[in-house]
Design a protein around this ligand. Structure first.
Ligand SMILES: Cc1ncc(COP(=O)(O)O)c(C=O)c1O
Length: 386
């Protein structure tokens, strides 16, 4: 007897990622050395003071109970962090913890969308943005993230009636996958458009601490008027290398936070206390590791992109994130170049098309190996381009 899954699951396509996994497994099984630059998990360690806090927390029996809510200590730590790090004023009732932005984004659609609603999502974009929308039976209008517009949304390409109908837009800079940062003016203009058309803004703040060449990593919530029209997901995953603890916070407009809290009151009994202790330690502790790691990511980017340029492949630098987004050499599609690289070098990148149709012509590499190794990887790629 076989049981059929719900129809709604047919909305999720795992095509490209499944195909990539299959190829990777075949490569490993054949005994080849594999250099996997398709992953999104940092290779850096959490800071010692964060690990110490977790160690202490797991020795305390009370911390194995349901937490039910974010603790006052955690909320205070976030409020103080936003003030110190971003110069943004937030209050404890404008925050709800989520089990990672991935989970929060998946559920936000259920809290805020009705069937048939329209949302504006980036193409190419981080795939989870679609999930909550699809689960809520809402419709997606994809805005382009293309080089011709510096990878910023071109709102003039969106028909007026779509802007009138839209419930929210998702923004995220520095951007995964395209590696571009955005100026504050883009966000300020979007706040005005949100007020004019009545949609709200969801800013995915995943990489404000991984930003290069002296650019400022900022929070959307520090901008005037932001809280009236939006929320921000603030993930601790990449800044503090806590991906597996699933720590992110949805912060901002209280109507949206309250809707999410109501949804969570049905789904969930809170974020485990030891994970909350890790977040408190990260938010209140020294930031030296965060700064040092940002510089190391920049060195890796320089080694990879600089090395590829020296080898004759004219690629741009990324402005931030733990990724680079490179136009594939002439004569290739995203997939055909990824396959050639895998077959001839064992290096695995992600085809741009995994992030949407307008990712065609690009490959994404994750900066997850030390700079010296990145330089050798660039040489290896250079060999097959001769
Ligand atoms: C843009 C972006 N948003 C969100 C996430 C996921 O964050 P979290 O670990 O908080 O679910 C990632 C992880 O790669 C990301 O790149």
């Amino acid at each position: 007897m076989r049981y059929k899954a719900a129809e709604r699951l047919n909305k999720f396509q795992t095509g490209i990622f499944a195909a990539m996994d299959e190829k990777k497994e075949a490569l490993i099984a054949s005994g080849r050395e594999v250099i996997n630059l398709s992953i999104g998990t940092p290779d850096f360690k959490p800071s010692r003071h964060v690990m110490e806090a977790v160690k202490e927390a797991v020795s305390e029996p009370f911390n194995y109970r349901y937490s039910l809510t974010d603790t006052p200590e955690l909320l205070d730590a976030l409020v103080a962090y936003y003030k110190r790090r971003y110069k943004a004023e937030i209050s404890p009732d404008e925050i709800t913890g989520v089990h990672g932005t991935q989970e929060g984004m998946g559920h936000l659609g259920l809290a805020m969308l009705d069937p048939g609603d329209v949302v504006l999502l980036p193409d190419p974009g981080y795939p989870i943005y679609e999930a909550g929308t699809l689960l809520a039976d809402a419709r997606i209008y994809y805005y382009g993230m293309v080089k011709e517009n510096d990878f910023l949304p071109d709102m003039t390409e969106i028909p007026e009636e779509i802007l009138e109908e839209a419930r929210f837009i998702v923004l995220s800079y520095p951007s995964n996958p395209v590696g571009a940062a955005a100026p504050k003016e883009m966000y300020l203009n979007m706040i005005e458009l949100a007020k004019k058309y009545g949609f709200f803004i969801i800013n995915d703040n995943a990489y404000s601490d991984i930003i290069f060449d002296g650019r400022e990593g900022f929070s959307f919530l520090a901008l005037p008027g932001a809280k009236e029209v939006g929320v921000e997901f603030f993930s601790l995953s990449k800044s503090f290398n806590l991906t597996g603890l699933r720590l992110s916070y949805l912060i901002g407009n209280k109507d949206i936070i309250d809707a999410m809290k109501l949804l969570y009151s049905q789904y969930d009994f809170g974020i485990p206390y030891p994970a909350q202790k890790a977040a408190i330690a990260a938010l209140t502790g020294p930031m030296d590791d965060v700064h040092a790691q940002c510089l190391e990511y920049q060195r890796r980017r320089d080694a990879l992109c600089g090395g590829l340029r020296a080898a004759g492949w004219n690629v741009p630098d990324s402005d931030g994130t733990m990724f680079v987004w490179l136009p594939v050499p002439e004569g290739y599609t995203s997939m055909s170049f990824v396959e050639k690289l895998m077959d001839e070098t064992g290096i695995i990148g992600t085809p741009g098309t995994a992030f949407g149709p307008r990712g065609e012509g690009y490959i994404r590499f994750a900066l997850v190996r030390p700079a010296e190794e990145m330089a050798r990887i660039a040489e290896k790629i250079g060999e097959i381009l001769k």
